[in-house]
Ligand binder design. Structure first.
Ligand SMILES: [Zn+2]
Length: 167
C-alpha cells in the first residue's frame, strides 16, 4: 500500500505536454475551482468500470455550511444518485489529497474498487496516516490504493492556498 505509481489513463508527449487530461487532472481542476470559491482546494472524480467520469466535485463545506461536504463525499453522493445504487462496485475514485478518515470510511462503505490520490496528508489523512482506516479490522472493504499520482501539483496548490490564507 502507499507509494505505488501506476500508469495514468493518458499519455504524455516527450516534451512533457499532456495530450489528454488524466482523471487526476480533472480532480485537480475541481480543486482549482474549489479554491476559486474560497474552499480548501481538494477535488475528486469518480470513474465507472467502463472509464466514464460519473461524478466530479470539489470541497463545498463553506458554501453548503456542511462540515461533511468534502470533495469525496459529494462525488460519492453524485455517483450513487447517477447509478441508482448505494454501492459503487467497480468504480474508481481519484482524489487530489489523501482522504480524511471520514472520506476513507465512505469510500469503503461505497465499495469503491480503486483509490488514487495525489498528495499525502500527514495532518489530516486517514489512509497512510492517523487512524489508517483501511488497515482496521472494522473495515470490511479495502480498495486498491495508489498514492502519489500527480502529487506535486496538488501539494503546490494546497501550499499556495494556505500561504494566501495566512497573509
Ligand atoms: Zn474528507
Amino acid at each position: 500500500m502507499g507509494a505505488g505509481r501506476v500508469g495514468s489513463m493518458t499519455e504524455s508527449a516527450p516534451d512533457g505536454k499532456i495530450i489528454q487530461p488524466t482523471f487526476m487532472d480533472l480532480a485537480l481542476a475541481e480543486a482549482e475551482a474549489a479554491a476559486a470559491r474560497g474552499e480548501v482546494p481538494i477535488g475528486a472524480v469518480i470513474v465507472d468500470g467502463a472509464g466514464a467520469v460519473i461524478a466530479a466535485a470539489g470541497n463545498r463545506t463553506i458554501e453548503l455550511r456542511d462540515p461533511t461536504a468534502h470533495a469525496e463525499l459529494l462525488a460519492i453522493r453524485e455517483a450513487c444518485a447517477k447509478l441508482g445504487s448505494e454501492r459503487l462496485t467497480g468504480c474508481d475514485i481519484h482524489v487530489t489529497l489523501e482522504p480524511c478518515p471520514m472520506c476513507a470510511t465512505a469510500i469503503s462503505f461505497a465499495r469503491i474498487r480503486r483509490l488514487y490520490f495525489a498528495a499525502s496528508d500527514e495532518k489530516g489523512g486517514g489512509v497512510e496516516h492517523g487512524p489508517r482506516i483501511f488497515a482496521q479490522p472494522t473495515c470490511h472493504h479495502v480498495p486498491e490504493i495508489y498514492g502519489g499520482i500527480g502529487e506535486r501539483r496538488a501539494a503546490e496548490m494546497l501550499r499556495g492556498f494556505f500561504a494566501l490564507r495566512r497573509n
